[in-house]
Design a protein. Sequence first.
Length: 176
Amino acid sequence: MGFTVGSYAQEVLLPPFGLQWGGEAETLKKWASDQQLKITERALSDKPRHTIIRVKSASGPLPDHKADALEARYHAGKLYEVSVHYGATTGDPKSIVNEFNNLKSLLAVKHGMFSPNNKQQKKVEGGISKSVSYHVEPVSGVVLLMVLSEFEDRVREAHYARFSLIYRNQNIIQKK
């Protein structure tokens, strides 16, 4: 008699939007240009071999997606990290928190259980800033990080929430 106790079929963690680990920035730029999205590119002054490309729609979410924006990071011209950002400041904070929790549950089925990463709560001028993050590493050096940020603005009596999925392949960056 055999049975299985809680096994997860983990999938390989690939970057979203059809991108490939180690791929070139031109792939993302072409897709964004074809979709008529705003493209911002910048190099990091303290890390000259690193480039960040941010893609955002002029209004609303990215095409065929709920995300508001995405950022891709390249080292020596090779993709190693993609951050997908959800929850514009006009979104309902409770629904954004619910969406974060639902997505975390769905992704845990695909990639394994998330571990708590960090939790912070700070009093800042005019309100309270909170953040919580979780991560899973389905393959050595390849990490999926989920970060939820909330801000309660007590001066304007407003509440904002956003979250990000960060896909990172540390294996692309060559170690010194």
